[in-house]
Design a protein around this ligand. Structure first.
Ligand SMILES: *Cc1c(COP(=O)(O)O)cnc(C)c1O
Length: 279
């Protein structure tokens, strides 16, 4: 859904929101998960397994989707100390409430799981999860099925010259890039100190795609979940002005990048902000 955004820069500026309105499924996470959901349906698999940080939006959206689609969900959580229920985050409590089974693993095992390429390797690392009956959703939805879902959403961006997107794993950006046409420029705004990981996500695509991509690294500040007084100001000002949540982790950084690009004259034509935030 495209919404025109009033702005003081005289810019032809729009916001792409998700048409999906289910609770916890409003932002980009649903689109990344959708491809895995379809893959599970195609293979008649009743279970999805994922791996996630205890505070991630990915976990929240995963739990909400499994519950809604009546799939069995299993999430492998980074940090074995978190198996203690008194230390559960709001996201862990939500996942349990939606019926998701949890396995807690050490950071070392979690790292190995990220690198594992086969079901057999994963089953060795986390023997308690139902690997054989499940579709595996990599952390953050990164992977071919994640791109498929995002690409569908990205078709709505086709009328724009510049598209700005907050980047964590880079999966959302990669999906938009894959759907982009020749004259479009996709700008990823990094929110983590992980430029190399984002670049490698983007390299899952073809070199022709890569030339339409630019990664902006000036908005990481002290890293994820850090903020600055300027980000706080942008967040509150634009939340009020546009009547949507502009959070400091993701969207305020995109707005700051937009403002700076307008100031240095590098944005021309129709500009789109992708609203990745899960309301
Ligand atoms: C997860 C998230 C992102 C990052 O998406 P990636 O596909 O991992 O790059 C961006 N914005 C918001 C609000 C998110 O929750």
């Amino acid at each position: 859904m495209l919404v025109q955004l009033p702005n003081r820069w005289g810019l032809d500026l729009w916001l792409l929101k998700s048409n999906e309105t289910g609770a916890h499924l409003g932002g980009n996470k649903y689109h990344k998960l959708r491809g895995y959901l379809e893959s599970a349906k195609r293979q008649s698999m009743g279970t999805l397994i994922t791996m996630a940080g205890a505070h991630s939006n990915h976990l929240r959206a995963f739990a909400a989707l499994c519950h809604r689609e009546q799939l069995r969900g299993h999430a492998i959580i980074r940090g074995d100390e978190l198996s203690d229920a008194t230390r559960h985050s709001a996201e862990l409590r939500f996942a349990l409430d939606q019926g998701v089974d949890l396995s807690f693993v050490s950071r070392a095992v979690y790292r190995q799981l990220r690198e594992a390429v086969s079901i057999a390797d994963r089953a060795t690392l986390v023997p308690g999860a139902p690997w054989r009956e499940a579709v595996f959703v990599p952390e953050g939805g990164l992977g071919a099925d994640g791109l498929t879902g995002v690409k569908d959403w990205a078709r709505e961006a086709s009328g724009f010259d510049h598209v700005l997107i907050a980047c964590a794993t880079g999966t959302t950006c990669a999906g938009f890039l894959q759907a982009a046409h020749e004259n479009q420029k996709i700008c990823g705004v990094a929110v983590l100190k992980n430029a190399a990981a984002i670049e490698s996500t983007i390299r899952l695509l073809t070199p022709e795609h890569e030339i339409r991509f630019e990664l902006l690294n000036d908005y990481v500040f002290a890293g994820f979940a850090s903020t600055t007084s300027e980000l706080d100001t942008i967040a509150s000002e634009y939340s009020h002005f546009w009547q949507i949540t502009i959070d400091t982790n993701y969207m305020a950084r995109v707005v700051m990048a937009l403002r700076d690009r307008v100031a240095n004259g590098s944005l021309k034509g129709r500009v789109l902000l992708v609203y990745t935030y899960n309301e």
